[in-house]
Design a protein. Structure first.
Length: 268
């Protein structure tokens, strides 16, 4: 399966989305902005943020600086943010989206997600209606989706939504495959995005990953990221180390065989 860093997934509305990104949870302040800017310089085109991360201003500043310095055109970047649990419901969600736009200082945000499902399907749908309304009315963001939604919660949205979720972001890594959820999303045309795709760096104890890493002259983390890509999932590994930015992006010069993919799948 030939996959390059320039390849894109296509969302239901026709917008392209990069096939790998940078997770930013826990990264704040000037150091975070330096990492985000460095990531863009190194070829990252998707940056995943959230209102609850407290770094939307730094993401926006890094984007503006990179565009101003001629490193990248804004339309080639894909910026994500999320509505937090305390902002569920129609009115609160609309306010949250406006706050995110103000903090980032960008003309538009590429993707807005509901960060976590609420306690009921009704509150999820009420929040979703706010995303639908903003998506339709002013072009301030290009796509909408959800995060951490299970099949039953997605089904309810799909039954009642005017605009179907375009992305579902959830945790997945070798040993936590989420095969059923991935298949459901694929059947519904929902792109899957994986946070913690290297299990927060806790993959070294998996012998199979070590063996495959040695065979392909890669690290276990690179094998895990490649595995996600070949499954049709966008991995968004987080790192606070600029040296790791290169490592996480260097997954396009090898390919896992079907047998190796099945072996990794069996871990879960």
């Amino acid at each position: 399966m030939a996959i390059t860093a320039n390849d894109r997934f296509i969302l239901q509305n026709g917008h392209p989305i990069p096939n790998i990104g940078l997770g930013t949870a826990g990264l704040k302040g000037d150091e975070a902005e330096r990492i985000f800017y460095s990531a863009i310089k190194k070829g990252y085109r998707l940056i995943d943020s959230a209102a609850s991360y407290g770094n939307e201003e730094q993401v926006g500043s890094a984007v503006q600086r990179a565009v101003r310095d001629g490193i990248v055109d804004r339309e080639d970047l894909f910026i994500v943010t999320k509505v937090w649990r305390t902002e569920m419901g129609y009115d609160k969600a609309r306010d949250s989206i406006k706050n995110s736009l103000d903090k980032m200082g960008l003309e538009y945000i590429d993707l807005v997600l509901i960060h976590w499902p609420g306690e009921t399907d009704d509150i999820n749908l009420d929040t979703w209606k706010a995303l639908e309304k903003k998506y339709d009315e002013d072009g301030k963001f290009r796509a909408i989706g959800v995060s951490n939604f299970e099949q039953s919660q997605l089904r309810h949205l799909l039954e009642h939504a005017e605009v179907a979720p375009m992305v579902n972001q959830y945790q997945s890594y070798p040993g936590d495959n989420r095969d059923d959820l991935l298949l459901f999303c694929q059947q519904q045309g929902i792109v899957s995005m994986a946070y913690s795709p290297i299990n927060r760096g806790q993959l070294d104890s998996i012998v199979l990953l070590d063996d495959l890493a040695e065979k392909h002259h890669k690290t276990p983390a690179q094998v895990a990221l490649r595995w996600a890509l070949q499954r049709g999932i966008i991995p968004i590994p987080k790192t606070s180390r600029i040296t790791r930015l290169d490592e996480n992006m260097n997954i396009f010069d090898f390919e896992l065989t079907e047998e190796e993919m099945d072996q990794l799948k069996a871990l879960g």
